[in-house]
Every structure is written in structure tokens, then in C-alpha cells.
Design a protein around this ligand. Structure first.
Ligand SMILES: [Zn+2]
Length: 445
């Protein structure tokens, strides 16, 4: 009897212990394990969409749907808790008016986006990567305006402008390298790209197209597609490098390596770093791989001609940078950069300097230094097209237009954005008739 009682007591002790033990595990672990925390919300406004990025503590299920009158997009995130504040988002923007959230039954967090008429969502989950947590990406795409055909933008034919694609590396979710004093690569690349584009656009006969014009991410594939779509004659991709040793400085210029050629270790490592940005920047998983055009581009379409002229452009670029800037490598380097795997046109990637060097970071941040960098790049492109015979050396210095068949004083004035009277005055014309082959002086911009 005594034994039995003792036994029962010990049994119930064990049960109690087991209950407490499991309860402890359950209560201690449940908030972290069962729920997905929505830890942060970021927003990026691109010209053709607005992107919202939700940082998640782990992957989860979600649903997204539209409601009308008023226009809303609703995101239900299963078993989740909102830990982020949306108050810092720059709202309203072109498509997104406001954002709010509430708790539903069954632990669902409902996020409601008030949007403009006709906005449709595109969404996907991104797995945790080395630099970013699990993410839910929601793109808000405004109602399609009239599709602008390439030929509307770009004049076709023999006398069309030379088009230079200016590609500012990184953007949006992907900051690129960050300096000791927090300067981000994406900020410098865009600043220099804009300055370079301004110089190019100021020159008659040349036109720059910015592949990225604001702080948003463009996937490498979409960069390549855009370069194709605008029918560019050249592409300059702008970056800044980073390395652990803070004293390292100087520019380097890269071209695409030929398939088969073994790129050096430094170049390969850099290419791996620059190519990995889609993971950080948030390219849709398997985005557009079904597109045969892109598949072709990302395959081995790089043509011999493109490679040769890229080499020539890279050498000119190094020459123009030398003297004003420290140079890390005095010869062009070669690597398989996805963004250079484009076309038969000359494409180079310029690593302007090391943002990891605090002294260089300070310079990279300065407006005057950015201007100098842009100017060197501009001069290299002018030199390149002069050597290719696309710009005559005279035009390169004196701003002269040679009259072609079918041109009038009026059409030339329009082409350069100047007035007919200013052309007449500058050239001391008494009348408006022109001869083919006649050379006209243009006002300096
Ligand atoms: Zn970069």
C-alpha cells in the first residue's frame, strides 16, 4: 500500500513535470516559431511600377487580391504579426496612395493598399540570401499608357543620333557597396550617370538614355533588354568597388571576357559579386527566362566585333581617366559580367574607384569630383565615335553640321533645339536655302 501510494505520487509528479515542460516549450517558442514577423516595409518608385518589400522573419503563405470602389489591393499574410511601421514611406506616390493593416481571424495580417484606378499587383516571395531576409515583394503596376515603340523614340536611318546607354549600377533594394561613412554605391553611380547623360545630351548628334533614372532596382536581364530596346550604339555601366583593405584606390575598366578565355581571379570574383545583385535587388525568380530574346542575349550572343570595339573603348576610357584619377589596373580587365553579356555593341563596365577607401569615398560624394568622372567618360565616348568615323573631328571641336539631302534650315534648327534666326545670324546667311554638303556652324550650348 505504501509502495503503491508512493508510486502514484511519483507518477503524477512525472506527468506534472511533463506538462510544465511541454507548456514551457509551447509558450516560450510559439510566438517566434508559429508567427512570421513582418519586420520592415520599404518602397521604391520606378517609372513603370512601385515596389513594396516586406521583410519576413520566415517564409509564409499569403494571398493577394483587388477590391474596387474604392480601388484597393489586399494582401493577407498567414500567421503573421506586423512589427514594422509604414509611416516613413513617401506616400502618396504615383500609384500607391496609402497603406494600412489590421489583424484578421486565424492570425492573418491584412495589409490594405489604397491605389489609383487600374493598378494591378504582381507579387513573389524571395528566399533569405546572404544579405537579405525572406521577403515578400509586391509590385504595383499602373494602367498601361500608350506603349512607346522604340522607333518613336529613336530616329531611324543613317543620320540618326548616336545613342549611349548609361547604366547606373545597383539601386533600390540593392545598395551595392557601402563606404565607411555610409555612402552607397547606388547613389554615386546614379549621380555620375546623370552628369554623364547631361554632357552627352548637350552635344548635337548624341543622345544618352539612362537605364536607371531613380532609386529603384532594375534586374540585370531588364537592363540588357532596355539597351536592346533603345537600339543603343554603346553601353557604359558605372560602378564603384569595395575591398577589405581600406587603403586600396583607383579605377578599373572591364569588358566582357570571350567565352573560353579564362578570366583572372580578381575579375572573376568581381563579376560574381556584381552578378549576384539580382538576389539582393529582388529580381523575380525565373523572371523572363521564357523570353527567347533574353535567353539569347544571356547566352553567347556577344559578337567578335562588339568585343573588339569594347576593348578599344576600354583603352580610351583608361586613357581619359589617367592623370586625373588614380588607376588600379592600367589595362582593361575581362570578366563575365551579366550586364555586359549583351550585344554586338561596345560595352564596358567602369569601377570608378574604391568606395571602401574613406578618402576616395569623400571624393566620390563630391559634386565636383563626380563631374570630373563624368567628363572623362564623356570624352572617352566622343573619342571612340570620332575614331569610328561617326563623329567628324571638326564637329567634335567646332560644332558644325554638314547638310544632308532633304534637310532645311528649319529642320536643322529643330534637330539641335535652336532657332532659325540664331543659325542665320551665326552663319551670316542672307537667305534660307541650303546646299547638300554645306557646313553650318552651330551655336555652342
Ligand atoms: Zn557594383
Amino acid at each position: 500500500m505504501k509502495n503503491l501510494v508512493k508510486k502514484r505520487v511519483s507518477h503524477s509528479n512525472a506527468s506534472l513535470f511533463a506538462f510544465v515542460f511541454y507548456a514551457l516549450i509551447f509558450f516560450a517558442a510559439s510566438p517566434a516559431m508559429a508567427y512570421t514577423n513582418i519586420n520592415d516595409i520599404r518602397m521604391w518608385t520606378a517609372p513603370d511600377h512601385t515596389r513594396l518589400v516586406f521583410d519576413l522573419s520566415k517564409s509564409t503563405k499569403y494571398e493577394i487580391f483587388r477590391l474596387h470602389k474604392p480601388e484597393r489591393i489586399v494582401i493577407d499574410i498567414a500567421n503573421s504579426k506586423m512589427q514594422a511601421k509604414s509611416t516613413s514611406l513617401a506616400l502618396p506616390d504615383a500609384v500607391l496612395l496609402s497603406i494600412r493593416h489590421g489583424k484578421q481571424k486565424n492570425g492573418v495580417t491584412r495589409i490594405v493598399l489604397d491605389v489609383k484606378e487600374g493598378v494591378s499587383p504582381r507579387s513573389f516571395l524571395l528566399k533569405k540570401s546572404s544579405k537579405k531576409p525572406h521577403r515578400l515583394v509586391v509590385d504595383l503596376i499602373p494602367k498601361q499608357k500608350k506603349v512607346i515603340k522604340t522607333k518613336d523614340v529613336v530616329k531611324q536611318g543613317k543620320h540618326r543620333d548616336i545613342i549611349i546607354a548609361v547604366d547606373a549600377g545597383h539601386g533600390g533594394e540593392d545598395p551595392g557597396a557601402t563606404g565607411k561613412n555610409k555612402l552607397k554605391e547606388k547613389t554615386v553611380t546614379l549621380a555620375v550617370a546623370k552628369k554623364l547623360a547631361r554632357l552627352i545630351n548637350a552635344r548635337p548628334g548624341m543622345k544618352a538614355v539612362l537605364i536607371r533614372s531613380g532609386d529603384y532596382y532594375v534586374s540585370l536581364k531588364n537592363r540588357v533588354r532596355k539597351v536592346r530596346a533603345i537600339n543603343a550604339d554603346m553601353m557604359i555601366s558605372i560602378h564603384a568597388d569595395a575591398i577589405k583593405t581600406r587603403s586600396v584606390k583607383g579605377a578599373s575598366v572591364y569588358t566582357l571576357s570571350e567565352s573560353g578565355a579564362t578570366p583572372d581571379r580578381v575579375a572573376a570574383a568581381l563579376a560574381a559579386k556584381e552578378n549576384a545583385v539580382d538576389e539582393i535587388g529582388g529580381a523575380r525568380p525565373e523572371q523572363e527566362v521564357t523570353d527567347p530574346l533574353v535567353r539569347g542575349i544571356l547566352g553567347d550572343m556577344a559578337k567578335r566585333d562588339g568585343l573588339d570595339s569594347s576593348e578599344m573603348l576600354a583603352n580610351l576610357m583608361i586613357k581619359k581617366l589617367t592623370g586625373t584619377f588614380p588607376i588600379k589596373y592600367s589595362q582593361p580587365k575581362h570578366a563575365r559580367f551579366a550586364v555586359l553579356t549583351t550585344l554586338e555593341i561596345p560595352c564596358i563596365l567602369v569601377e570608378m574607384d574604391y568606395i571602401s577607401n574613406p578618402k576616395r569615398e569623400k571624393l566620390l560624394k563630391s559634386n565636383a569630383h563626380q563631374k570630373k568622372l563624368a567628363k572623362a567618360m564623356y570624352k572617352a565616348s566622343v573619342d571612340f565615335f570620332t575614331r569610328m568615323g561617326r563623329i567628324s573631328p571638326q564637329t567634335a571641336t567646332a560644332h558644325i553640321h554638314t547638310v544632308h539631302q532633304g534637310e532645311s534650315l528649319w529642320s536643322i534648327a529643330k534637330q539641335y533645339g535652336v532657332s532659325v534666326s540664331s543659325l542665320k545670324k551665326l552663319n551670316q546667311f542672307k537667305h534660307s536655302t541650303l546646299k547638300v554638303g554645306q557646313r553650318i556652324r552651330l551655336p555652342q550650348s
